[in-house]
Design a protein around this ligand. Structure first.
Ligand code: PRP
Length: 177
């Protein structure tokens, strides 16, 4: 086999740091909902690893749902307009809902999701984001109920996050320099 050169991003948040923080977030969520059933929505693709780690520490009955979003625009420029590319399969009416995001950057995706899911009349709807970039935020009045880490405006990959679809499987969060 020919030698494959693989660029290794510099560690920004280690596996150990992420694991500890995910546990803390799960504790907070457990405390709030108690034994109430919770529909947890994974926003594809970036949230897959955070979602699967988080739900394994939740103590209430959990229903797993998945949805997809993408921004309208071309490869290099987003119009800031979001569309849903895949929807959840179960009704949300009368349910406690938690939307799980890997990262809130401009916040436009999460804002869009909140607006589009609230009209389905869930009993409650809250949001969790592993990473939050306050400096990049554009969405107004966006409430993130659970934030793992506030980070500067750097390009991060790993633990679900990609660069051109690569690096999602890295067990840590790294920075591309
Ligand atoms: C990323 C990320 C969030 C969104 C955040 O998804 O997973 O969903 O962007 O950005 P925003 O706050 O500026 O809206 P992306 O569209 O890259 O898709 P992916 O999760 O499949 O990588």
């Amino acid at each position: 086999m020919s030698e494959v050169k693989y660029y290794e991003p510099k560690v920004y948040l280690s596996e150990v740091e992420i694991k500890a923080r995910v546990l803390e977030l799960a504790d907070e969520i457990n405390e709030l909902y108690g034994e109430e059933e919770l529909t947890v929505i994974c926003t594809l693709k970036g949230s897959i690893i955070f979602f699967t780690d988080l739900i394994r520490h939740l103590k209430m009955p959990v229903l797993c749902e998945f949805l997809g979003t993408s921004s309208y625009g071309n490869q290099t420029a987003s119009t800031g307009e979001i569309k849903m590319t895949m929807d959840v399969t179960e009704p949300l009416i009368g349910r406690h809902v938690l939307i799980v995001e890997d990262i809130v950057d401009t916040g436009l995706t999460l804002k869009y999701l909140l607006e589009h899911l609230k009209v389905r009349n869930p009993l409650s709807i809250r949001t969790a984001a592993l990473l939050f970039k306050p400096e990049a935020l554009k969405a107004k009045d966006l409430e993130i109920n659970y934030v793992g880490f506030e980070i500067p405006n750097k390009f991060v990959v790993g633990y679900g996050l990609d660069y051109a679809q690569k690096f999602r499987a890295l067990p840590y969060i790294g920075v591309i320099e």
